[in-house]
Design a protein around this ligand. Structure first.
Ligand SMILES: C[S@@+](CC[C@H](N)C(=O)[O-])C[C@H]1O[C@@H](n2cnc3c(N)ncnc32)[C@H](O)[C@@H]1O
Length: 294
């Protein structure tokens, strides 16, 4: 991709992340603590425990508004965190100040596609729901590996998405069921279906050829590395542990409109259905990996 096009797109990406706000008509699991705990709680606690075991000095990639970095500082880690969006970094600093954890966590703006990281400095590099947005993932992972001390750990929770069939079924159920987004607005979303269904290869072709087919209109790098993250981590690191979770119902759970009293109970049932799908051999849309620098 030409430098000028990359510059325009990455600025657009940074603006998107700086301005994105919770939308009550399109609720997300991570904006609702109880829903997050039902679907991601067990895996997130495991993620934290493995980071605790990896050592004191931690680098977080794509830290967003600093939820994880502040939690890690609270647990006694020394955290350096970075993100593409200056607004998000500003909010992360405010969060750390609010928790009077400014010594344990430092925040900086940085683009993982081009960043140079310090050498052999960290016991652990972590990323939560961030790497699937990184266009030059080879570069970011090489830098992450170099930034680790010998034997250091890369610990990641990220998104690999659902298969095309599963996405089509999820979109059909979303269209049919009563959701927080009214039917009239959902009908307009049919124009976004090709973006929702586009695999990584199609998005990459569009970025290279100057097309917009399959790209998210506000976030051009959305899901750009979803299908290659695991492969690229495995190429560079020795895997200590890997598993996937949340294969299907996690997607619909926050969006379906239910009486408040039933919302969380119904979500627990949907989560149990997800657990059942995993036990039948279905791959989750999210994964956990702990990998070692050897
Ligand atoms: C889905 S959010 C996750 C944020 C945070 N890790 C969390 O779990 O709340 C993805 C984050 O990746 C950041 N990001 C996207 N592209 C990036 C890049 N090239 N370099 C650094 N951060 C990037 C975005 O600004 C955003 O904060």
């Amino acid at each position: 991709m030409k430098n000028e096009r990359y510059r325009q797109l990455i600025e657009q990406e940074a603006r998107h992340w700086g301005s994105v706000q919770p939308d009550p008509r399109n609720p997300q699991i991570w904006n609702d603590d109880r829903l997050f705990d039902i679907f991601f709680g067990k895996e997130y606690r495991h993620f934290l425990a493995r980071i605790d075991a990896a050592g004191k000095d931690v680098l977080e990639l794509g830290c967003g508004e600093g939820h994880l970095a502040v939690e890690l500082a609270r647990r006694g880690h020394k955290v350096a965190a970075l993100d593409l969006s200056p607004e998000r970094i500003q909010r992360a600093k405010q969060r750390a100040e609010l928790h009077t954890l400014t010594h344990g966590a430092t925040f900086n703006v940085g683009d993982l596609n081009i960043i140079d990281l310090p050498r052999q400095k960290f016991h652990c590099v972590v990323a939560h729901d961030a790497l699937h947005h990184i266009y030059k993932l080879d570069h970011a992972l090489d830098e992450a590996k170099n930034a680790l001390k010998p034997g250091g750990r890369l610990i990641v929770i990220d998104y690999v998405g659902m298969s095309g069939m599963r996405k089509a079924l999820a979109a059909a159920l979303y269209a049919l069921l009563l959701t927080y987004k009214p039917y009239t607005e959902k009908w307009a979303l049919r124009n976004r279906l090709s973006t929702f269904l586009a695999p990584e290869a199609k998005k990459r072709n569009s970025l290279e050829s100057g097309s917009t087919a399959g790209l998210h209109p506000e976030s051009p790098f959305e899901e750009i590395s979803q299908h290659s993250i695991i492969k690229k981590i495995r190429e560079r690191f020795t895997i200590v542990e890997q598993f996937s979770f949340c294969p299907f119902w996690y997607y619909l759970a926050p969006k379906v409109r239910l009486p408040h009293a039933w919302r969380y109970q119904a979500s627990k049932w949907l989560h149990e259905m997800d657990t059942e799908l995993l036990s039948l051999g279905m791959t989750g849309a999210y994964f956990f990996i702990e990998a070692q620098k050897t």
